[in-house]
Design a protein around this ligand. Structure first.
Ligand SMILES: Nc1ncnc2c1ncn2[C@@H]1O[C@H](COP(=O)(O)OP(=O)(O)OP(=O)(O)O)[C@@H](O)[C@H]1O
Ligand SMILES: [Mg+2]
Length: 509
C-alpha cells in the first residue's frame, strides 16, 4: 500500500515543501526512512511506533519504507513526525479522506501527544505560496500559524484527536484568524524620567526618526543606559510586512511568546558584552540567527561597547552595511536579514572621566588610547550620530519641572516617518538611514548654502565617503522633523555636529 502526504521543512529562514511517501509491502518487518534525514528524523521511527501503540493501533508487521522527497535536500528535526504518522495511517487504510491540499507539521511524542515546533510561521507562508488549503500544526503553534490568512489552520493536540478528525468522527475547529490590535505603548520606561539632557534626547529623537545608528559616550552615571533603554517608547510601530519578517526570525528561534503570535513592536535587544561572535551575528552547525537578526527592524543596544570583544564587534561591520548576514556551514548557507538601528554606549576611558568638565581623569594617555582603540575607525564610521552625554547638572536633576513625555516625542518621530513612507513608497527602503548611494542625490536635495557648508565640513574633518553619505542622511531626517523638502544649511550644521566625537576622542590615536 502506498500513500503520500505533504509536509514542510526549514533551513534557516527558507521553508521548502516535503512530500512524505510511504510504502508498506510484504517482507521482513522493518521501518526505514530515506531522503537525507538527520539523526532526529531517523529517531522519529521510535516516536511513531510508540505513538501508534498509544492510539491502540498495531504497527504493521511488514516492510515500511518512508521517503522524504525531494531526496537530495537535507531534512532535519522532528517537524515531519506528524506527516509520517498520518501517511502511515493512510497507507494502512485507517484514514481514507483525500489529503492532497493539506500539509502536516509537528513532533509526535511517545504517548501520542503532538508537541510544538519552531519556525511554524515561515512554513505556513510557504504552504500558502504553494496553494495548500489546510495545514495541521501542533495545538500550541496554532495561534502563531493563524497570523497567515488564506490557509485553514487546525491545531492538533494528540494522535487520537487527529484520527477522529480525519475519520470524520469529531472535527477539530479551524483556528480563527489572528488580527493584531493597534500597537499599544505601555512602556514603563519613559523619557519624562530623564531630567535635563535635552541635546542627548534630541539626538535620540533624530536617530529614531530616521533609523540611524548612534553612539552615546560619557562619564559614569551620566544617564547613557537610562536614555538608551527608553528608546522603545519612541520608535514607530512596525508595518504588517515588517512584523511578519521579524516574527519569522523569532519563530525559527523558538522565541515567540504564546500569547503574542505576531511581533508588533520593534524589537529591542541588549546582549551582555560577554556575548560570542556566533551569539551576536549568528552561527552554529545548523546556523541560527544571532542578536543582530533578532533585532531585525528594531534596535540593538550594546551597552559598555568598549567591553565587547573587539573581533566580535568587527564581525558586525559587513551586516550593518548590507542589512543581512550570510552564514556558511557544511550543511549549507543561510542568509538572515538584520536591518537594525545600532545604539552603543561607552565611557571615554577606563576610569570614565576623560573629557569630564569637573573631575580629573586618572588614566594615562596610553590607557585612554588603548581603551578607545577597541572601537575601530570603520566601526565608528557606522555610527551616524555621536552623542556626548554630559554629566547632568544639579539644577536639572533637582528640578520639579516636568520633562517631555515619550508620547510627545513619538508624535514628531511618527510625523517624520510618515514623510519617509511617502518618499520611499515605491521602493524597498523604509527609512532615511537605508537610502542607497544611487538615490542619495535625488532624495536629499540641498540648497546652495547647504552644499557649501557640507563641502567645508568634509574638507575640515577629513571625512570618509561613508561619513559624507551619513551626514547627508542625518540632515535629511533633521529636515523631515522640520517639515522641509529641501535640506538647508542649518540641517547640515546640526547633522555635522554629531560627527564631532571622532575628532575629540579619537584624533591622534
Ligand atoms: N538625567 C537624569 N535624570 C534622572 N536620573 C538620572 C539622570 N542621569 C542619571 N540618572 C540616574 O543615575 C542612574 C545611573 O544612570 P545610568 O546607568 O544610565 O548611567 P550610565 O551613563 O549608563 O553610567 P555607566 O557609564 O556607569 O554605565 C540612573 O539609573 C538614574 O537613576
Ligand atoms: Mg551604563
Amino acid at each position: 500500500m502506498f500513500a503520500k502526504i505533504g509536509s514542510l521543512g526549514l533551513f534557516g529562514l527558507n521553508a521548502f515543501p516535503v512530500d512524505v511517501e510511504i510504502d508498506i509491502s510484504r517482507g521482513n518487518p522493518q521501518f526505514d526512512i530515506v531522503g537525507l534525514p538527520d539523526l532526529v528524523v531517523k529517531e522519529s521511527r521510535e516516536r511513531i511506533r510508540s505513538a501508534l501503540r498509544a492510539c491502540n493501533i498495531e504497527f504493521p508487521t511488514a516492510s515500511v519504507m518512508v521517503n522524504l522527497a525531494p531526496a537530495d535536500t537535507k531534512k532535519s528535526g522532528s517537524v515531519h513526525d506528524l506527516a509520517i504518522f498520518t501517511a502511515l495511517l493512510k497507507a494502512m487504510g485507517i484514514v481514507r479522506c483525500p489529503l492532497d491540499d493539506s500539509c502536516f507539521i509537528g513532533e509526535v511524542s511517545l504517548n501520542g501527544d503532538v508537541r510544538s515546533i519552531n519556525g511554524v510561521l515561515p512554513m505556513i507562508l510557504k504552504a500558502r505560496e504553494n496553494g495548500i488549503k489546510s495545514v495541521f500544526v501542533p495545538a500550541d503553534n496554532a495561534f502563531e500559524a493563524s497570523v497567515v490568512d488564506g490557509v485553514d489552520i487546525y491545531g492538533v493536540s494528540s494522535g487520537n484527536q487527529l484520527i477522529d478528525h480525519l475519520c470524520g468522527e469529531s472535527l477539530i475547529p479551524v483556528q480563527p484568524r489572528y488580527v493584531p490590535a493597534d500597537t499599544e505603548y505601555n512602556e514603563i520606561l519613559d523619557f519624562s524620567d530623564v531630567k535635563g539632557q535635552q541635546s542627548a534626547k534630541k539626538a535620540l529623537e533624530i536617530a529614531a526618526a530616521g533609523g540611524h545608528n548612534a553612539l552615546l559616550i560619557g562619564s559614569p552615571g551620566s544617564g547613557k543606559s537610562m536614555l538608551a533603554k527608553r528608546m522603545p517608547s519612541i520608535l514607530p510601530p512596525l508595518t504588517f510586512s515588517e512584523s511578519l519578517e521579524t516574527t519569522n526570525i523569532h519563530s525559527i528561534s523558538g522565541l515567540l511568546d504564546s500569547k503574542t503570535p505576531l511581533i508588533t513592536k520593534r524589537p529591542f535587544r541588549s546582549p551582555h558584552h560577554t556575548i560570542s561572535s556566533a551569539g551576536l551575528a549568528g552561527g552554529g552547525s545548523i546556523p541560527r540567527p544571532g542578536e543582530i537578526s533578532l533585532a531585525h527592524n528594531g534596535l540593538l543596544f550594546l551597552d559598555e561597547l568598549a567591553e565587547f570583544d573587539k573581533r566580535t564587534l568587527e564581525i558586525m561591520r559587513q551586516p550593518l552595511e548590507d542589512r543581512q548576514v550570510t552564514i556558511s556551514r557544511a550543511s549549507g548557507t543561510v542568509t538572515y536579514p538584520c536591518s537594525i538601528m545600532l545604539i552603543g554606549a561607552m565611557n571615554p576611558c577606563p576610569c570614565g572621566y576623560f573629557g569630564h568638565p569637573k573631575r580629573k581623569c586618572i588614566c594615562g594617555h596610553n590607557q585612554v588610547k588603548n581603551y578607545l582603540s577597541k572601537i575601530s575607525g570603520p566601526l565608528l564610521d557606522r555610527f551616524d550620530l555621536h552623542i556626548e552625554v554630559a554629566p547632568v547638572e544639579f539644577d536639572d536633576i533637582s528640578s520639579e519641572h516636568t520633562e517631555e513625555s515619550s508620547a510627545e516625542i513619538r508624535k514628531r518621530v511618527q510625523a517624520a516617518r510618515a514623510i519617509q513612507s511617502e518618499r520611499f513608497k515605491d521602493t524597498t527602503i523604509t527609512c532615511n538611514a537605508m537610502i542607497t548611494a544611487d538615490k542619495l542625490q535625488q532624495m536629499c536635495p540641498m540648497d546652495d548654502d547647504a552644499k557649501e557648508l557640507l563641502k567645508n565640513v568634509f574638507d575640515k574633518l577629513g571625512l570618509s565617503a561613508r561619513a559624507y553619505d551619513r551626514i547627508l542622511k542625518v540632515a535629511r531626517t533633521i529636515a523631515d522633523l522640520d517639515s522641509c523638502d529641501i535640506i538647508s544649511k542649518r540641517h547640515i550644521a546640526a547633522a555635522a555636529q554629531y560627527r564631532s566625537l571622532d575628532r575629540k576622542y579619537w584624533s591622534g590615536n
